[in-house]
Ligand binder design. Sequence first.
Ligand SMILES: NC(=O)c1ccc[n+]([C@@H]2O[C@H](COP(=O)([O-])OP(=O)(O)OC[C@H]3O[C@@H](n4cnc5c(N)ncnc54)[C@H](O)[C@@H]3O)[C@@H](O)[C@H]2O)c1
Length: 433
Amino acid sequence: MYNKLVTRRDFVKAAAVTTAAFSTFNILGAQAVAGIHTSKIKVALIGCGGRGKGALKNFLEAAKLLGVEVEVVAVADAFQDQIEGAITQFSLDPSVGHSGFTAYQAVAQSDAEVVLMATPPNFRPVHFDACVQAGKHCFIEKPVAVDPVGARKVIATGELAAKKGLTVVAGTQRRHQQNYQEMAAKIQAGAIGEIVGGSVSWNMGTLWTYPRKPGMSHADFLARNWLNFTEMSGDHIVEQHVHQLDVVNWMMGRMPRTFVGMGGCARRGVAGGNQFDFFSLDMDYGDGIHILSQCRQIDGCYNRVGESFRGTEGYTNGVKVTGKEVSIAPVQVDHTSGTVQEHVDLLRSIRGEGEPLNRSREVADATMCAIAGRIAAYTGKLIRWVDLTENTDSPYYGLELSPKALDFETGDIAMPSLEPAIPGEATDWKLRS
Ligand SMILES: NC(=O)c1ccc[n+]([C@@H]2O[C@H](COP(=O)([O-])OP(=O)(O)OC[C@H]3O[C@@H](n4cnc5c(N)ncnc54)[C@H](O)[C@@H]3O)[C@@H](O)[C@H]2O)c1
């Protein structure tokens, strides 16, 4: 059943991974489970940009907190200058660098035990699959796909990872923050009663663009300027707003049934790319319950990043819960930053403390919600969750944006259309596939 959120416990059961198998394992001991030799943990990075280097820094800090020695055995990026940035920042031997669109394969073939992935999102399904096939524990940055085919591939790969006893942690860091975990626990304990509505937003200013340089191939330009192309990023409703949609799924405990959205392009026409600059989305959960979402990337406007929920007996604003007094188990974290804590949790899961973590389904579901919202806004149609997840007759089910990740490996690619979608006229699958 796609519509049911899969809990960590369900995942473990489904994968028949026994807790006993993990509990015998200690990261500081000499045991090896799922390929981990724990006196020193070997890590690799795919995508040496801002977040990739940030994730590696966070991983090193987390390992230090737990007293684990780390060896960086491979760093991969499409571009040599990005690799050199990582080599300089982390004082690595240049021989660990691999460049090009197939460089992820060198990481999969390396002796890394954990791989951190932070390329543009369109590459994630292919890279994640290669790493899990090779038996690596994975950290996958959000979002994890740009189309329904990619999101479902990540779910399948996540299930394979569970079968192999591999840990998967995603870059949805709110799941690892004490304040969000406490809010979730209070809501689950009934502090605000039943959630009957909510509003979430990521409204902020303009992000960066990478100007095209003379002689640049389409592939290189798109991989550099990925943030402005739907085919690469999923659009900012997917790339950025996925964080809020993940929080909604977490607090609601179920997926929306339908999506109605709108949006438009107010400034990217000038800056380049083919994305919208703003979206508004109505997600219908049934029983008269709607969650409204907004996201915008335009300078000089009112900004808000956060979530609020209205319940039958209270409400939340940000992570502040106003309602009934409830008792929850203490939430303990090792670090105040979710982006460090997620790596602490990854390492703890690898060494068998508590339940093994596999966040692939949660992040793929949140990504799929964001994709549904984008399709609703681009087409102007009502989009049903099942059209992306179960209904193989739906034109949206098989939507795969083009150029695809593998096209980058096999040669030059065609530039996608520079025209943003026109609701009511263009349909996402015709415009982009
Ligand atoms: N969790 C968070 O809060 C957070 C914050 C920022 C970014 N992110 C996510 O991290 C990912 C990367 O974002 P960023 O800000 O670091 O972008 P970035 O442009 O700084 O880095 C991306 C890197 O990937 C490289 N790259 C592109 N295609 C590649 C390929 N096929 N193989 C290998 N390398 C490739 C680029 O050269 C670049 O170095 C995105 O998915 C983004 O949404 C998450």
